[in-house]
Design a protein around this ligand. Structure first.
Ligand SMILES: [Zn+2]
Ligand SMILES: [Zn+2]
Length: 840
């Protein structure tokens, strides 16, 4: 072992050896229990960023820890490699997206290897390769066969900048999730997946996910957006027509004073009188120009125009006017809203503006008549009034009773509704998996035959075209033959949303090389569900919801036997620098390559785990990196300068059974046991890896303290020292993967042993030794001993001070000396005494 720490040298050496020995290969068959640790796979953008480094290091530590604990660990990696950046780069530089992607994958693979990650590279999957997307297409066909994939004309989200449609989940606050462009609506015929068939199950099963954070579950639950209410039907007074309305507040039905339909409402023209036609048309034209976000904004004053016709309230027989207003949306509910200004804020503002009547039907309990005068909508629970037979009961009870009355009268029904919409998967872009569908004039829409998959992406395309998908420029792709009649047919030119590729990749890892099947059921059932999934919170709805849907749909098809893909989910925080997220546009990024080069990967790994727990944001500091590098140097020197005192096959101290050690040696042995216990618990308990790092430092300091000025080493000293050093190495091996390996094998070689630390078992502790010994703390008042108390030796100074102070103020033996007196000073002699000085 060199006296100096040269990470660049040893890291490169070990990465080569591990690759050569296939150290991290995972057999499918093993007598050990399985454990599946997974990071969300990267998009091959070109280079790793620090967010990647953090995500993959966390999962790597978990995988290595579980392996040492005796599990057969699956820890794979792959590439989410279809998508727009490759296509945009191709358009810009005239290159092929495939070439751009391959180059990026090659570079990032090198980086992942430099980080020392324990991946089984034989299971690597790349979603843009035909051997993978063949099966994405095959899964599409299975969904199509089950009527879970369908094509329909709809007003869809359109991003002008990306020149493609987007799923609802990809519209964040009215903007494109990728480029922040404001999303507009377009009427197009598109492919959808029927995720809504699984809305209830996706919601219910969130309860099963004990290993997921509440934040993600709440986000999914809100997105699915279940509400229970009623459909009420209103007859139009002037025409033989009926308007159904979905409401979650049937209890307010006696308070309706007008009714609103969306400007896009299908029957709006028939509902408008001749006199109102021009005004309504103008209003509708204007609404079309607005985005959904503008329309729903609470800031904007609500606008609308009357249609000239009326509806009849089936409960009261009252007539009220029909309006159109853009705060009603065609896609939500039935596209019509029953307006109850007294009990809905939006309706209240609208009624005030257009001087429409406001009728109170719910009152707050215990309020006087004067107090009931409304100055704003009353939306809380209360007592029913002005509601016929329902007066004086609670409005919660009335919800059910009023709906029941509508059911009995034939003008309503109970209705559960979800906010979740079907998943739009068509994309008008080239770099994605082609949708395996052809159109035949004679036979209509036809699925491509499974045995002719994959439908390959054409290569004869012109990437310089604008305003349309480059795929349309191919001369070979479009024309094909119909799988049904053999006649001429045209291919579907849309490709699939890349989120479809990522909805099943975690299954493919279980059987990555299967060319006959999507995956073998037994293998998938063996490895899945993923035991620990790690990734960013930005996927809380998108990828995590889609994957849950895929798993459930595939289970119903009999392709697998479990219904949730990810048992435990850890969403790691962001990497910040100077208080904001690292990003190219802010110019506050740190290139991982630079850190590897200057300090080595072990420093990068150690640093990225220090300071904050994985779920919290992490603040980058150059001084912190420097500090971690210094620490690893200190650990290295501790071993390299004392090699002659280390016995690789030392006598096992913890099992010595009654052997009496010297006080110093006993103390160090106890500290090592406490470190094993503490670190094991920290990793097991929600992966508190930052405190693991501080425990490495504590133990290292304790070993240095023990060494002190020691000149002579007895056999016992050597045994204890070896136990401490080799245990420290094992404890550090999931994090400082190269350093620990170098130290371990060097020390092993000295004694003729030849083993890898990464094949070692995790350390065990002896509970009786892992306890802190206690000390007697003396409590003095003005220098005189007044009391004594036993406390834990490891008690921090401030807590020691606090305990002593409480005793001085309240203790039977002490309070007479402190009562009514001012405390002027508290002196602490660590681990010995606390002296409280009071004014006499
Ligand atoms: Zn966009
Ligand atoms: Zn045909």
């Amino acid at each position: 072992m060199n006296e100096q720490y040269f990470p660049q040298e040893i890291e490169k050496k070990w990465q080569g050896i591990w690759e050569q020995n296939n150290t991290f290969f995972t057999p499918d068959e093993s007598d050990k229990p399985k454990y599946y640790a997974l990071s969300m796979f990267p998009y091959p953008s070109g280079r790793l960023h620090m967010g990647h480094v953090r995500n993959y290091t966390i999962t790597d530590v978990i995988a290595r820890f579980k392996k040492m604990q005796g599990f057969n660990v699956l820890h794979p990696i792959g590439w989410d490699s279809f998508g727009l950046p490759a296509e945009n780069a191709a358009m810009k530089h005239g290159a092929n997206p495939a070439t751009w992607t391959d180059e990026n994958i090659a570079y990032m693979t090198q980086q992942l290897k430099m980080l020392g990650l324990s991946y089984d590279w034989e299971r690597e999957v790349t979603t843009c390769k035909p051997d993978y997307y063949k099966w994405t297409q095959w899964l599409f066909l299975q969904l199509y066969k089950k009527d879970l994939a369908y094509k329909k004309e709809a007003a869809v989200n359109w991003c002008e900048k990306c020149a493609t449609v987007l799923a609802n989940e990809q519209v964040i606050d009215g903007k494109c999730w990728r480029c922040d462009e404001i999303v507009t609506k377009k009427f197009l015929s598109q492919w959808f997946l029927k995720i809504t068939d699984y809305a209830e199950q996706l919601l219910q099963d969130l309860d099963k996910l004990d290993g997921w954070g509440d934040n993600v579950k709440t986000m999914q639950s809100n997105w699915i957006g279940k509400s229970t209410g009623a459909i009420l039907k209103f007859k139009v007074a002037e025409k033989d027509m009926e308007i159904p309305v979905y409401t979650t507040r049937p209890d307010t039905a006696y308070g309706i004073t007008y009714l609103v339909v969306a400007p896009e409402y299908k029957d709006i023209e028939a509902l408008t009188t001749e006199e109102n036609k021009a005004a309504v048309e103008a209003y509708r034209k204007n609404a079309r120009k607005m985005t959904e976000i503008e329309r729903l904004s609470t800031e904007r004053t609500k606008t609308g125009v009357p249609l000239g016709t009326h509806c009849i309230n089936p409960f009261t027989g009252e007539k009220f006017p029909l309006w159109t207003a853009d705060y009603a949306l065609a896609e939500y509910g039935t596209g019509a809203v029953m307006a109850v200004p007294a009990h809905d804020e939006r309706d209240y503002d609208f009624a005030k503006k257009y001087e429409l009547p406001i009728k109170i039907v719910i009152e707050e309990r215990g309020k006087s008549k004067e107090e009931r005068e409304l100055t704003e909508a009353f939306t809380d629970a209360g007592i029913m009034v002005n509601s016929g037979e329902f007066d004086r009961i609670s409005n919660e009870e009335a919800k059910k009773l009023i709906t029941q009355k509508a059911v009995d009268g034939g003008f309503g029904e109970f209705k559960t509704q979800y906010r979740l919409r079907d998943w739009l998967i068509s994309r008008q872009r080239y770099w994605g998996a082609p949708i395996p569908i052809v159109y035949c004039e004679k036979c209509g829409v036809q699925a491509v035959k499974e045995d002719s998959l994959p439908v390959l992406l054409p290569e004869d395309v012109d990437f310089s075209v604008t305003g349309k998908s480059p795929i349309l420029t191919s001369k070979t792709f479009l024309d094909t033959t119909c799988p049904c009649c053999g006649g001429a047919a045209k291919r579907e030119t849309d490709t699939m949303d890349t989120f479809m590729c990522s909805s099943w990749y975690y299954l493919r890892y279980a059987d990555a090389k299967n060319s006959e099947k999507c995956f073998d059921k037994n293998l998938v059932d063996h490895w899945l569900p993923v035991d620990q999934y790690v990734g960013g919170i930005e996927h809380a709805i998108l990828h995590l919801l889609y994957s849950r849907f895929f798993t459930k749909a595939l289970k119903d098809m009999g392709l697998l036997s479990f219904d949730e893909p990810f048992k435990n989910l850890l969403t790691q925080g962001m990497v910040l620098k100077d208080g904001s997220k690292m990003s190219k546009s802010k110019g506050n990024t740190v290139d991982p390559d630079e850190i590897f080069e200057n300090y080595g990967a072990d420093t990068a790994r150690l640093f990225i785990l220090s300071d904050s727990p994985p779920a919290r944001d992490f603040d980058w500091s150059d001084a912190g990196v420097e500090g971690c590098y210094k620490f690893l140097n200190r650990v290295w020197r501790l071993v390299s300068t004392n090699q002659d005192k280390i016995i690789f096959d030392y006598k096992n101290i913890s099992a010595s059974g009654g052997e009496k050690l010297s006080k110093e040696n006993d103390d160090l042995v106890r500290l090592v046991h406490m470190a094993i216990k503490g670190i094991t618990n920290d990793i097991s308990n929600e992966f508190q890896l930052n405190t693991v790092i501080s425990k490495y430092r504590e133990l290292t300091n304790a070993i240095y303290d023990w060494l002190g000025g020691k000149n002579e080493f007895s056999e016992e000293d050597k045994n204890v020292f070896s136990f401490a050093i080799l245990t420290l190495m094992k404890l550090m091996s999931p994090v400082a993967v190269h350093l620990s390996e170098e130290v371990w094998t060097s020390l092993g070689q000295n004694s003729g042993a030849k083993t890898s630390i990464h094949d070692e078992k995790w350390c065990e502790w002896d509970e009786s030794l892992a306890k802190t010994s206690s000390i007697t703390l003396i409590v003095q008042i003005n220098g005189k001993v007044r009391d004594k108390i036993d406390v834990s030796e490891s008690l921090p100074e401030n807590e020691m001070k606090e305990i002593a102070l409480q005793i001085a103020l309240n203790g039977e033996k002490t309070k007479e000396f402190t009562q009514g007196k001012e405390i002027v000073k508290i002196i602490v002699v660590p681990k010995k005494l606390v002296n409280i000085v009071v004014k006499q």
